[in-house]
Design a protein around this ligand. Structure first.
Ligand SMILES: Nc1ncnc2c1ncn2[C@@H]1O[C@H](COP(=O)(O)OP(=O)(O)O)[C@@H](O)[C@H]1O
Ligand SMILES: [Mg+2]
Length: 383
């Protein structure tokens, strides 16, 4: 077996929020720990971002999608080149790309499975524009092996949290690693069962949409709008009845589900005060997380600590509601408390997946994705 060395890897990622291209230069070590050297949030040019949102809505032609794949690749390369300008070339680049559609459901046509996913941001363009080997398209091989292609970050969560931290009795702590991006997903890292994970439901996606619509702002900075509103309990109860929250894991969701149409529909029964809408949607994310734990975690796993990451970790009202809904015995932390950036955690995870691809290490966790077996993820583009 090839002797492993530390590698400098730039991770590139843009999530369902499409808030920015996150780029992080990382050092990945043979023990699969990752150190972030420098991270940047590189904004999409305005019209490209608007086109991506059109793609989410299914409002663009095949020609435009084809063009957008290459254009997003150029934007990702620009983000990487900012880091390269400062630090020089890494050993490789690992790009998650921009998901425009994720449909891991077993519909069939002519008895042929239609399970699929599409991340754009052409990696041949990234490789050419940066001069670096680029690994991309991580979800496909998991889906080809009958998985859902997500969540993939669970692999990193397991490496970084399993059997790493002890409580006062010297027992390894069990973690719910909770990401709150556009969508919210949890990884359960514990010494009792295999690591498992699933999407708990909406994260910031509906908050962002409504803050944009009602306050003409991109997002609810620090949860300030929600802090001034009141939770409308009857509307919250109604939103909590959505069938997604009751489905047994493994399960994933996305913009295809929490779509503009879905949000416009729930707004028909919303309270009249805009701040109350934002407060209630913030409570919804926190409450669906706590209910998911009650339904799917506590019956089989003792959880010591919940670790929040993603943009939601910066929403103070969201954190306050989480503290309110989670049992007191569970300590609430953010990734920063463990020396991992909230902002660049996913970028670090994809740097790790790039490292695994390079060394032929399988990096999907079938207990999280539902795949038949462990496989090496990612495809390589050379400059
Ligand atoms: N300071 C902040 N206060 C409140 N919300 C924030 C803050 N920073 C980021 N967010 C929220 O987090 C979202 C981005 O989170 P991120 O983890 O990047 O998600 P994704 O992976 O979907 O891109 C933003 O759209 C916004 O809703
Ligand atoms: Mg983001």
């Amino acid at each position: 077996m090839q002797e492993k060395e530390s590698k400098k890897i730039i991770g590139l990622m843009s999530g369902t929020s499409c808030d920015s291209i996150d780029a992080g230069l990382c050092e990945v070590y043979p023990d699969l720990s990752v150190k972030l050297i420098q991270g940047i949030n590189h904004p999409y040019p305005e019209h490209i971002r608007a086109k991506i949102f059109s793609a989410f809505r299914g409002d663009i032609s095949i020609k435009e999608l084809c063009q957008l794949n290459f254009a997003v690749g150029r934007c990702f390369a620009d983000a990487a080149n900012i880091l390269i300008g400062e630090f020089g070339k890494p050993d490789l680049i690992s790009s998650h790309g921009q998901t425009v559609y994720h449909y891991p459901y077993d519909e069939k046509l002519d008895n042929i499975s239609l399970k699929s996913t599409l991340q754009i941001g052409e990696s041949a363009v990234i490789a050419k524009e940066t001069g670096c080997m680029t690994v991309s398209n991580y979800r496909e091989n998991d889906i080809a092996n009958n998985g859902q292609g997500a969540p993939l970050v669970c692999f990193a969560d397991e490496k970084w949290f399993l059997n790493k931290y002890v409580d006062e009795n010297g027992r390894y702590k069990n973690f719910a690693i909770q990401n709150i991006g556009g969508i919210s997903n949890v990884t359960v890292v514990n010494s009792d069962t295999a690591t498992f994970g699933f999407d708990t439901g909406c994260g910031n996606i509906m908050i962002d949409y409504c803050v944009q619509k009602l306050f003409n702002q991109k997002y609810d900075k620090n949860g300030e709008i929600a802090a001034e509103g009141n939770i409308c309990e009857s509307w919250l109860d109604c939103l909590l009845q959505d069938e997604y929250y009751f489905i047994d894991p493994p399960k994933t969701t996305g913009r295809e589900y929490f779509s503009p149409k879905y949000i416009e529909n729930i707004l028909k029964t919303a309270p009249s005060e805009p701040k109350d809408i934002i407060a209630t949607l913030t409570a919804l994310t926190a409450k669906t997380i706590s209910q998911a734990y009650e339904r799917f975690l506590y019956p089989s796993v003792h959880i010591d600590t919940c670790v929040i990451g993603g943009g939601g970790a910066y929403n103070k009202t969201m954190m306050k509601f989480l503290r309110m809904y989670l049992p007191n015995r569970i300590e609430l932390k953010t990734h920063e408390d463990f020396g991992i950036s909230n902002n660049f955690k996913e970028v670090m995870a994809f740097a790790l997946l790039g490292y695994c691809n390079y060394y032929g290490i399988s990096s999907n966790l079938p207990s999280c994705t539902g795949a038949d077996k462990r496989v090496v993820l990612g495809k390589i583009s050379l400059p």
